[in-house]
Design a protein around this ligand. Structure first.
Ligand SMILES: [Zn+2]
Length: 376
């Protein structure tokens, strides 16, 4: 392997780590902001609940005053009734008293209603207060974690940047420019060749290109994806033992809570790896670029289990082996690690081999009439 290629590989490692750290640093404040938003929401809920309690109290005082007033009126009318001269006057006063009694009863009903509601109001206030307390504690914890994580990331970032500068110094300018241009568009600028294929874009190399990469005397780029190609004899040895390796392909479980798939076409993203999982009664879908392992778009969540939630993604896809925990995948951030990407590629290759040998086994059954019989 050319020393420049070796430097580029180290440079790619450094670039990836830098990108991951930068993404992580950018992501942390967003998380804190999301909780802060929730906290503001809860505060608003609490204020609303408290305002409702106050409004109820004011209403109650109003009803109580109305009752006192009505009672005052009644005793006034009773006094007056002692001094009336005519039947008509007496009747009129009685009517006034009845009217005031009705008013008292109505206001008493309203107060009773408020008392019944008061219990709910009280619960609302207490719940909002409890939420506020736990969210405030959570945000402090998150902030502290984010601060520590950022400091740690920044430290690592400085180290990786120093390493990167060192690696860049070991690569000639033209090659470096090419590497950086391709990296910018494709997420990686260098790719291994295995089994006559560019491992990043999975396109077969022309024999001459393959030989040039193998001899390692000059730098060669992939015709299809423009990545700089390199060859690692140790990995090629593994690729040359497919029969042995492939015969042991482990088959993914049909009822696994997580399933990986390969799709040759996905929206306008081209070839992708899909990860479908059942998490807490919901189905989640992650889409990764097959070449770079980068996460494409947002993680999609639907109700139910993934078989029913994403049937259109499963149809026609190749099921692969792969199992990583939710936490692990969350830690990947926007890009799966090389080890995960490699294992999916290897399994895809094995699955394809398996499928092609199944097809060729079928075609072994003579479907045409042997020539001897035609002649006779
Ligand atoms: Zn390529």
């Amino acid at each position: 392997m050319l020393p420049e290629i070796e430097n580029l590989l180290h440079l790619q490692d450094a670039d990836k780590s830098i990108r991951r750290l930068q993404d992580e640093i950018a992501e942390l404040p967003k998380r804190v902001a999301a909780i802060e938003h929730k906290l503001a929401d809860t505060k608003l809920q609490l204020e609303k609940a408290q305002a409702a309690v106050k409004a109820d109290e004011a209403a109650r005082r109003k009803y109580e005053t109305a009752i006192t007033d009505a009672r005052g009126k009644i005793s006034k009318y009773r006094d007056q009734s002692l001094a009336v001269k005519t039947n008509e006057q007496y009747k009129a006063l009685l009517q006034e008293i009845q009217f005031a009694e009705k008013e008292i009863a109505e206001n008493e009903d309203k107060i009773l209603e408020l008392m019944v509601n008061a219990d709910t109001r009280d619960k609302e206030v207490k719940a909002a207060q409890a939420d506020l307390k736990s969210e405030a504690a959570e945000i402090e914890k998150e902030k502290e974690e984010a601060r520590q994580r950022t400091a740690e990331d920044e430290k690592q970032l400085t180290e990786w940047r120093a390493k990167r500068d060192q690696m860049r110094a070991g690569v000639n300018e033209d090659l470096l420019r090419h590497y950086e241009r391709v990296s910018k568009f494709r997420g990686s600028g260098i790719s291994e060749v295995r089994d006559h294929k560019c491992m990043a874009c999975q396109v077969m190399l022309r024999p001459q290109t393959y030989n040039d990469v193998r001899t390692g005397q000059q730098t060669v780029v992939c015709d299809s994806c423009q990545r700089i190609l390199y060859f690692n004899p140790a990995n090629e040895m593994q690729a040359l033992e497919p029969e042995h390796k492939r015969s042991r392909r482990h088959h993914p479980k049909i009822d696994a809570s997580q399933a990986w798939y390969y799709r040759a076409e996905f929206a306008d993203a081209g070839e992708v790896f899909l990860c479908l999982s059942n998490v807490a009664g919901q189905a989640t879908r992650r889409v990764f670029d097959m070449g770079t392992g980068r996460l494409i778009g947002d993680i999609l969540i639907r109700e139910g289990d993934y078989r029913h939630a994403f049937p259109e993604d499963i149809a026609g896809a190749i099921r692969l082996n792969g199992s990583w925990s939710e936490t692990e995948m969350e830690n990947w951030g926007t890009e799966m690690p090389m080890t995960a990407l490699d294992s999916l590629h290897t399994d895809l290759e094995a699955a394809r081999f398996e499928m092609s040998s199944r097809t060729s086994a079928k075609s072994d059954i003579p479907s045409t009439v042997p020539t001897g019989q035609v002649a006779s």
